[in-house]
Design a protein around this ligand. Structure first.
Ligand code: HEC
Ligand code: HEC
Length: 329
């Protein structure tokens, strides 16, 4: 028998003995609960690879749609080559990475959830209607004709982005985070300090942003208030949407959902500072036909509760929520 052979037999023997001891220890000892498995982090939703967009007519439309979302200003901005119908911002300014970034206000769930009923309009909304909502509010502009190639292209792209999402399953990282409410009103004076420390270097000392002089369209850093920003009917004009978006994504070069830079409190305060500044006012009198469905932070009356406009704008929101819940039961 060679030496290596002997060695192997010895090793196998030791292994068998050790194994038997272990098994016995397990079966004779007290029945303890299995230790909990380490928690496997759930992966956020991931968009399909753009390289997988087919080389077909439909693929062409999808790619055009993506381009419209990335470079909206080039096509639809004040000097837009298709139609000058929006304020110079790009969809991507708010829907990061062309609407694919987890927690970056992505389009992951649009394909599976639209058409859907929305309280804001009181009707079933198509993807087309939802896109036009953002054009009229977030981009402070005009709606696209539903037969236009541009609207069809954006719809095609957004549906493609969500094409691998299972119906009835909300993917992780979709939409904007809901931050816990503060027990006090959000404080725009505190928010001014947060702005100066964390935001001003990019968005400018007067929130005006910085034009993209290389692309000759859109912004390197988009405006946060003033004439070229989103209007008062936009989603970000609701404090909770702005605070959640900012906490997870800003400062742009440093913050992520799992590693935010601002505390929740700082996010609420800087949101208050931004939404207290002047911006285009655009009334949408047909919004919230049933006023009892207005979200707590929708800052325009009439309200179905007794709280002031000021409180609906800056909080504290908890008391409003409590009263709303009571009214329902
Ligand atoms: C100023 C920021 C901003 C810009 C610019 C913007 N959006 Fe939005 N968009 C939002 C916010 C905020 C929401 C609502 C998110 C929420 O409430 O969770 C939203 C929602 C949407 C939704 C619905 C998402 C869902 O899951 O229900 C679609 C679709 C959409 N936007 C498309 C667009 C398109 C296309 C453009 C460009 C033409 C655009 N948006 C530009 C801020 C913006
Ligand atoms: C390093 C530069 C940088 C800093 C610092 C920064 N941002 Fe941004 N911000 C950006 C860029 C770039 C975008 C647009 C992203 C895109 O188009 O992909 C953006 C987009 C936004 C948007 C959505 C678009 C709009 O203009 O309404 C908001 C809101 C925002 N930032 C708020 C903030 C706040 C609040 C802070 C400070 C806490 C901040 N940002 C800090 C670069 C920055």
């Amino acid at each position: 028998m060679s030496r290596t052979m002997q060695g192997w037999i010895l090793l196998t023997g030791v292994a068998v003995i050790l194994f038997t001891i272990l098994i016995n220890a397990h079966s004779t000892g007290p029945q303890v609960a299995k230790p909990a498995l380490p928690e496997v982090p759930e992966w956020p939703w991931e968009a399909p690879d753009t390289a997988a967009i087919p080389q077909t007519e439909t693929g062409k439309l999808i790619r055009y749609g993506r381009d419209l979302i990335v470079k909206t200003a080039h096509y639809l901005g004040p000097q837009g080559i298709v139609q000058p119908i929006s304020n110079g911002m790009n969809c991507q300014n708010c829907h990061l990475d062309a609407g694919t970034r987890p927690w970056g206000n992505n389009y992951g769930a649009v394909a599976t959830t639209y058409p859907r009923y929305r309280d804001r309009s009181g009707m079933v909304e198509s993807v087309e209607k939802r896109i036009n909502d953002c054009l009229q509010r977030s981009l402070n502009g005009k709606a696209l004709d539903s037969n236009s190639r541009e609207l069809k292209a954006m719809v095609a792209y957004i549906k493609w982005v969500g094409s691998e999402v299972q119906a009835n399953k909300k993917p992780l990282g979709v939409g904007i985070s809901n931050l816990p409410y503060l027990d006090r009103p959000a404080d725009s004076t505190q928010g001014a300090f947060v702005y100066a420390q964390y935001c001003q270097r990019c968005h400018g000392n007067d929130g005006q942003g910085l034009s993209d002089s290389l692309q000759h369209a859109g912004y390197l850093y988009p405006p946060l208030w003033g004439a070229h920003s989103y209007n008062t009917g936009a989603g970000l004009y609701r404090l909770s949407r702005l605070a959640g978006y900012v906490r997870d994504n800003m400062p742009y070069d440093e913050a992520f959902h799992c590693r935010p830079v601002l505390t929740d409190e700082e996010a609420w305060d800087v949101a208050a500072y931004i939404n207290a500044r002047a911006r285009p006012a655009k009334p949408f009198p047909k919004d919230w036909p049933d006023i009892s469905t207005k979200p707590v932070d929708h800052p325009f009356g009439p309200f179905s509760d007794t709280f002031s406009t000021q409180q609906h704008k800056f909080g504290p929101f908890k008391p409003i929520e409590t009263q709303k819940k009571k009214a329902k039961t």
